[in-house]
Design a protein around this ligand. Structure first.
Ligand code: CP
Length: 315
């Protein structure tokens, strides 16, 4: 594997999930693979889980890992071509990405969307410039439209905890005060549609995701109906795709609370984190044994390690 930006970069999804679960049992079995290899993790936006889990995954494989919070510690990057750089930007992404490629065997990049210009965000302007200029294998640490390491960890978690061959998985929209990207739900939908699950998306009217990601999903505006007999409930806010990046008024009653689990007595509740308690998801659920959010976050290590292992094997 030379590029990991979406489920479409994976030749065998079930095998990658199985690999992650094997690595969970034997984390240091492939330490030789990363010997004398450098992983550079470049963050243009904040992170807790992605940063630490991917760093740990690289270290488990014997890699040297460098983390650069380029938004805070690097030179201000110019992303556009044809610009006279007489303003606040100091270094063009052409040189910056190329130089990082000189120092690295694999690069990870996190680049959130601006949520102002849909065409720009959905063209993955920033991420694709890293791909173009750094010239080494590249892994998405969450881009404008997808979060594939999160989605792989989610699928690993479902595979690990499921109690039936084809579980019912429900992605349910949650309220939030800020406009958030569509990357996590887009990606989750895309991966679930490739997994062996019965997949339902529940959202208020106006929060339809791009159809590019939801082929094969059942989509409804009826949260109660969607949650019935669910095995896994994935709670996540996202801003509207149309009008792009907007928070629509109302819908506060979409927060997942314990009483909404009455017809899903065996459902496990997931969230990618960070979560806003008692806004997206009730504390009562988060603090109960119905929540698997910490277990899910733990699996981020094995998802990242499975991807990095395949990349190291292809060097
Ligand atoms: N879920 C997730 O990606 O968490 P961070 O933003 O903290 O990395």
């Amino acid at each position: 594997m030379k590029l990991f930006t979406s489920v479409n970069d994976v030749t065998d999804v079930a095998a990658l999930v199985a690999e992650a679960l094997t690595l969970k049992q034997t984390p240091f079995a492939h330490k030789h693979l990363g010997e004398n290899k450098t992983l550079c993790l470049v963050f243009l936006n904040p992170s807790l889980r992605t940063r630490i889990s991917t760093q740990k995954a690289g270290q488990n494989l014997g890699m040297n890992v460098i983390v650069l919070n380029i938004d805070k510690e690097g030179w201000a990057l110019e992303l556009n071509d044809g610009v006279v750089m007489n303003g606040t930007t100091v270094e063009h992404i052409r040189e910056a990405a190329a130089v990082m490629g000189e120092y690295s065997d694999i690069i990870g990049v996190r680049s959130f969307p601006g949520l102002k210009n849909r065409d720009e965000d959905y063209s993955e302007l920033i991420f694709n410039k890293f791909v173009e200029f750094c010239k080494v294998p590249i892994v998405s640490l969450e881009s404008a439209t997808r979060h594939p390491l999160q989605s792989l960890a989610d699928l690993v978690t479902i595979e690990e905890l499921k109690t039936k061959a084809r579980p019912k998985v429900v992605l349910t929209w949650a309220p939030h005060i800020k406009p958030l990207p569509q990357a996590v739900p887009n990606s989750f939908a895309e991966w679930m549609c490739k997994g062996d699950v019965d997949f339902v998306i529940a959202q208020p009217a106006g929060y339809e995701l791009s159809e590019e990601f939801t082929q094969g999903a059942t989509i409804t505006h009826d949260q109660d109906e969607a949650l019935k007999d669910a095995d896994f409930i994935y709670v996540k806010n996202w801003s509207a795709y149309e009008p792009y990046g907007k928070v629509l008024p109302g819908n506060e009653d979409w927060m997942l609370t314990f009483d909404k689990l009455k017809d899903a007595p065996n459902a496990k509740v997931m969230h990618c984190l960070p979560v806003r308690r008692d806004l997206e998801l009730s504390s009562e659920i988060l603090d109960s044994d119905r929540s698997v959010v910490i277990h899910e976050a733990g699996n981020r290590v094995w998802a990242a390690q499975a991807v990095l292992k395949q990349m190291l094997e292809a060097l």
